[in-house]
Design a protein around this ligand. Structure first.
Ligand code: F0G
Length: 432
């Protein structure tokens, strides 16, 4: 990965547009610089932007400071995002909109290790965030930035989770939220969240990719602040999934980090976080990243098997509606991450996803279908001999079980048993 694709990790000359903290937006292709105070998602050359900084954050943020913050009563320290604030973007305190979020747990279960054939298998459950998905980590940063810039309306296209998160943070900030949803293609729970938190919900005819195109046009023409993951602020927040996981593990890098891949925001953010953590000396080697797609929504996988000669697009269809995306916006960042981490892209079928989901649900952890693509991916890569039984593997579960109740019922054979209101009926029902 060229250094600008993830943001440079060593000290560098700040351009004139840098803010007082020495931060700016940098094009990942031509390195043009823009002010972080500007509303901008792309460079004039068309490429994506990333947050760059003059001074590496590790000069100001040490593991000792982080450990002290774990027991602090400062509201920013209570957030698993803002406790890493030096590594995100500098915003005045009064602009920060935090629930708080993050501080999610790590789980291991012998049943899941047996399922995948990997003994050291851990799940970081991002479904434990306030709105039930990892999106809250990026959203707190994007909505805080919107507040800092004095903006009044925020918007996104979404397969469900981004809209739920945006709606919650916008409500907290007192901003108008407009969400563009592919009509009839998101789970009822996610829609209920967006409606309940008070967002204007537009059901767009067509798929997520059509909604994504429309929201970009609407943001430009109607003055809405776009908080999809092509907004570089989102990715700065999502880096903290990796920082927090490394901290929980005593800064011991795993061999693999496995993540479901849709719009490729996490894949991109994880790569940036890993390179920064390595530059900070937090880890002495880079884990390999495995990005797992559903086989019915596999444009990144197709590009990977094509040695990234081109950005493929597909008409996406999968039971894991969260990752039903055919034209991922973060393709160029994610592609660089796969090569920088000696990573891999795999695809798993809906059947493999639902089997893995049933195993995760029955272990008592639970997750939504997209998240279960991780376990399905580990099993497949293990069977192919790419992941070894002795490897240390961390999967990121991106959303919780109740995000998609229809899928929970589809993944289990367990049924409700109607009975008469009598002890005899209970006895009969428990027999056998
Ligand atoms: N897992 C879940 C539960 C998601 O909601 C998403 C994306 C992903 C994985 C994929 O992450 O885009 O960073 O590769 N959901 C978006 C949304 C697109 O609108 O909620 P990614």
């Amino acid at each position: 990965m060229s250094s600008q694709e993830t943001g440079k990790t060593g000290s560098q000359q700040a351009p004139a547009v840098a803010n007082s903290a020495g931060e700016w937006l940098q094009c990942i292709s031509c390195t043009a610089a823009y002010s972080v105070e500007m509303v901008r998602y792309h460079c004039d050359c068309g490429a994506l932007l990333t947050v760059a900084r003059r001074q590496p954050w590790h000069e100001r943020l040490t593991p000792e400071i982080l450990i002290a913050r774990q027991n602090s009563s400062d509201p920013l320290d209570q957030s698993g995002v803002w406790s890493f604030r030096e590594a995100i973007v500098s915003l005045p305190r009064q602009s920060i909109i935090t629930h708080p979020e993050g501080r999610t747990r790590l789980y291991s279960r012998s049943s899941l290790s047996t399922y995948a054939g990997v003994e050291r298998l851990t799940f970081k459950h991002e479904g434990e965030n306030p709105t039930g998905s990892f999106k809250d980590r990026g959203m707190t940063v994007a909505v805080s930035q919107a507040k800092h810039l004095g903006l009044k309306a925020v918007a996104c296209a979404s397969t469900g989770n981004t809209s739920a998160s945006l709606a919650a943070y916008a409500a907290h900030a007192g901003m108008r939220a407009v969400v563009f949803l592919p009509a009839g293609k998101i789970s009822t729970s996610k829609l209920a969240q967006a409606l309940g938190y008070g967002a204007i919900c537009l059901a767009v005819e067509g798929d997520f990719d059509a909604a994504m195109t429309l929201v970009q046009e609407s943001a430009d023409k109607l003055g809405l602040y776009l908080v999809n993951s092509l907004n570089p602020m989102r990715l700065e927040g999502q880096k903290t999934i990796i920082f927090e996981m490394l901290m929980q593990r005593g800064f011991k890098a795993p061999d693999w980090i496995v993540v479901p891949a849709g719009n490729l925001g996490n894949t991109s953010a994880f790569g940036k976080a890993l390179l920064e953590a390595q530059a900070a000396g937090w880890i002495d080697r880079l884990p390999r990243l495995a990005s797992i797609q559903a086989s019915g929504a596999n444009p990144f996988y197709l590009s990977y098997v094509d040695n990234f000669q081109s950005a493929h697009t597909v008409k996406a269809h999968t039971i894991a509606t969260a990752i039903q995306i055919g034209a991922p916006v973060n393709y160029s960042k994610a592609k660089a991450v796969i090569s920088a981490t000696n990573g891999i892209v795999a695809q798993v079928s809906d059947t493999e996803i639902m089997r893995a989901k049933a195993a995760i649900d029955q272990s008592g952890i639970g997750c939504e279908p997209a998240s279960a693509a991780t376990l399905a991916g580990v099993l497949q890569l293990r069977q192919q001999g790419i992941i070894q039984p002795s490897d240390d593997v961390v999967c990121v579960l991106t959303g919780n079980m109740l995000k998609d109740p229809e899928a929970v019922l589809a993944a289990t054979n367990n049924k409700v048993r109607p009975i008469a209101a009598s002890l005899a009926a209970v006895e009969a029902a428990l027999k056998g």
